[in-house]
Design a protein around this ligand. Structure first.
Ligand code: BG6
Length: 302
């Protein structure tokens, strides 16, 4: 039996869920709830789209995104795990870890009594991943789809020695125009400005955008708003288990070089990432579990 046929038969009675093989060996799930619809790729347990009823999509997916085993999807909610950015010592290891490019196993998909749908995934570690991460670890990604989208990534240290965990929910949000978008909730925070060679700066007022922006905000308190006067909405991000927030937009030049942003895609997206990065990397003792969550919801203006 193919993997697609197996999933379809296991979840034959789940009227809220369907599976499609969008490219060879690349399966996506479509979830329909009374409040919203979503698509999730099995690779990376990667939320690709989320659209509350009567609203524009909240999650941005590049029109030029590539769907292929082992390639990261441009857009959606890539999971950066178990390290964020470059690996601390091994330059050849993939940036942002391997979680987004390996298959994940669907452990459970269920409708909650209030109509929301919850999916539970665990990573299917392959030999390369195991070689790059030789720590006994269990991880779960739990995705709850309703009026809000809630993603919870937990990691347990099953070994006998502590290890360091870096991660991010690298969420791409859909916006009307980056030049008119601002981000509230980071006022007064120190940040590492990667565009300025890692200089430490302090945020004054709301974050606004004029070209490439790549920052790790430190000591963040878990509530951020993307204020979008063009789409007339604010996307509220509430995080737990995280004290760092990454804000990223590649700007025109870098987006063109990346090749999978689509025409002027960089004007229509911003990444605001709930993270454990920089001084917020977590030391996980044997037997300990760390859970990081983000909840997304939309507030319409006027
Ligand atoms: C952000 C980083 O989180 O991800 C940026 O801060 C990086 O430096 C961006 O360019 C995109 O990374 P990738 O690996 O998905 O192209």
């Amino acid at each position: 039996m193919t993997q697609l046929a197996d999933l379809q038969s296991r979840y034959a009675s789940a009227d809220f869920l369907s599976f499609t093989e969008v490219a060879p060996d690349f399966i996506t799930l479509k979830i329909t709830t009374p409040f919203s619809t979503a698509t999730v790729a099995l690779q990376g347990a990667h939320v690709m789209t989320w659209q509350p009823k009567g609203q524009k999509p909240v999650i941005w997916l590049s029109k030029a995104a590539k769907f292929a085993p082992g390639k990261s999807i441009r857009g959606g909610v890539p999971l950066c795990w178990p390290w964020f950015g470059a690996h601390a010592t091994e330059a050849a290891y993939p940036g942002h870890g391997f979680a987004r490019t390996i298959p994940w196993t669907l452990l459970d998909a269920r409708k909650l009594p209030d109509g929301r749908v919850r999916l539970e995934f665990e990573p299917a570690m392959n030999d390369t991943a195991r070689a790059q991460w030789p720590h006994a670890t269990s991880a779960r990604n739990s995705i709850t789809i309703g009026q809000e989208l809630v993603i919870g990534l937990s990691t347990r240290n099953d070994g006998k020695a502590p290890f360091q965990l870096g991660q991010a929910l690298h969420t791409y949000f859909e916006i009307g125009d980056i030049r008119q978008t601002s981000i509230a909730g980071l006022e007064g925070c120190a940040y590492i400005d990667k565009v300025a060679g890692g200089k430490l700066k302090k945020q004054k007022g709301a974050v606004s955008f004029a070209g490439e922006t790549d920052r790790v905000y430190l000591g963040t308190t878990g509530c951020t708003g993307i204020i979008d006067p063009v789409l007339k909405r604010t996307i509220l991000i509430t995080s737990t288990g995280s004290r760092s927030t990454v804000v990223w937009n590649p700007g025109a030049e870098k987006a063109t070089k990346m090749g999978d942003f689509g025409r002027q895609g960089e004007n229509k997206m911003v990444c605001v990432e709930t993270a454990n990065a920089a001084d917020d990397v977590i030391t996980l003792a044997p037997g300990e579990t760390h859970r990081m969550t983000a909840q997304y919801r939309v507030i319409k203006h006027g």
